[in-house]
Design a protein around this ligand. Structure first.
Ligand code: OSB
Ligand code: MG
Length: 377
């Protein structure tokens, strides 16, 4: 017998959340976050999923407009066709369609949340969390000036953030890193290049070894796994992969090749929280430290990430930050930083609730899809 009750329909909601400040990375500048929210309605209650795809195909090929189409045309009908709200069946039911892991993961998250709310279990309990709070870390975008960077990082340290991640790109790397290290001393510091370099930059990247960084994240292209292994042999700073790790199998292969000493886990990138747990397990089995990445989530995804970040192998601080890092007003009660940490929610499912008025205010489109019909508004 399958685990779960009847799945009655899925509401697809596209929301647009303004950011408190532009977030610039090597692949572009974001001023608002387009989010697809999925509400799975079952005979035993409902659950929420958040799709982390970006507005444009810049971080990954998957992006909001195609994710909407793929969900509507393929994934939601297939999951509704299961008839049952069983989280373990969602991603397997979508296996014959390539890619679109963020959309698949969002559907699984909605069904998992519904299931857990019905059974009274939290995401943390379901995933195997072993901590009730996790250290807060923050990802800091590329700035127009070094002064602005120092001020921004200083502000985050004052708020209690335990670890700073600087976005870098050619032309914004050695100088900002040196300045932050000199200004703030022995803080936990790391960098993220979002695939902005090539193996030809190895001698340049080696200069980062002088700054005692925890890691350098995804210096080379997503598919350049072997090149990361070559680069790793030329750097003292450990290489952490983000974009390249799209599944537990990809993690196992990259580790075997020597392409990374550390892995960033994002549930959306690997196709859901259940696969994220498997990536974690592969890394732990290989003595590879892992940490929880972020995708500028609303409070819903942020709550799930806090649970994921509390797994035993998550030995480095994640991009787990407060709601205020990106949003003046979140969709849920604000996720807060307290004594440098974020509490892992303990209530059923995600343990946080969307504020329905706030949700309405930022919604740009809603569709309600059942097994035999679809209504758009
Ligand atoms: O590479 O980690 C990344 C945000 C959007 C897309 C990619 C990345 C990021 C971040 C993390 O750096 C942002 C966060 O804290 O949510
Ligand atoms: Mg990254």
């Amino acid at each position: 017998m399958a685990e779960g009750t009847r799945l009655e329909g899925i509401e697809v909601r596209r929301v647009r959340m303004p950011l408190v400040a532009p977030f610039r990375t090597s692949f572009g500048t974001q001023t608002a976050k387009d989010v697809i929210l999925l509400r799975a309605v079952t005979a035993d209650g409902e659950g929420w999923g958040e799709c982390v795809a970006g507005s444009d195909p810049l971080y990954a090929s998957e992006y909001v407009a195609v994710a909407m189409t793929t969900l509507r045309e393929y994934f939601i009908p297939a999951v509704l066709g299961l008839g049952v709200a069983d989280p373990a069946l969602v991603v397997p039911a979508l296996d014959r369609w390539k890619g679109y892991r963020m959309s698949k993961g969002a559907l699984e998250m909605a069904v998992l949340d519904a299931r857990l709310r019905a059974t009274g279990q939290s995401f943390g309990q379901a995933l195997g969390a072993v901590h009730d709070r996790v250290p807060a870390g923050v990802s800091v975008g590329i700035m127009d000036t070094l002064n602005e960077l120092v001020e921004t990082v200083g502000g985050y340290l004052d708020e209690g953030y335990q670890r700073i991640k600087l976005k870098i790109e050619p032309g914004w790397d050695l100088e900002p890193v040196r300045l932050i290290r000199e200004t703030f001393g022995p803080i936990q510091l790391q960098v993220d290049a979002n695939a902005a370099y090539t193996l030809g930059d190895a001698n340049h990247l080696r200069k980062l070894d002088a700054f005692d960084l925890l890691l350098i994240e995804q210096p080379l292209g997503d598919e350049n796994v072997l090149a990361h292994a070559k680069l790793a042999r030329r750097l003292d700073t450990p290489i952490c992969l983000d974009e390249s790790i799209t599944s537990a199998r990809a993690a196992a292969d990259a580790i075997k090749l020597g392409a990374c000493g550390i892995v960033n886990i994002k549930a959306g990138r690997v196709g859901g929280y259940l696969e994220a747990r498997r990536v974690h397990d592969v890394c732990v089995a290989n003595d590879i430290p892992v940490w929880c990445g972020g995708m500028v989530e609303t409070g819903l995804g942020r709550a799930a990430n806090a649970a994921l970040a509390a797994l035993p192998g998550m030995t480095l601080p994640g991009d787990v930050s407060a709601s205020t890092r990106f949003y003046a007003e979140d969709l849920t009660e604000p996720i807060e930083i307290e004594h440098g940490g974020i509490a892992v929610p303990t209530g059923p499912g995600l343990g946080v609730e969307p504020d329905l008025d706030r949700l309405e205010a930022v919604t740009v489109h809603t569709e309600w899809i059942t097994a035999n019909r679809s209504l758009a508004s």
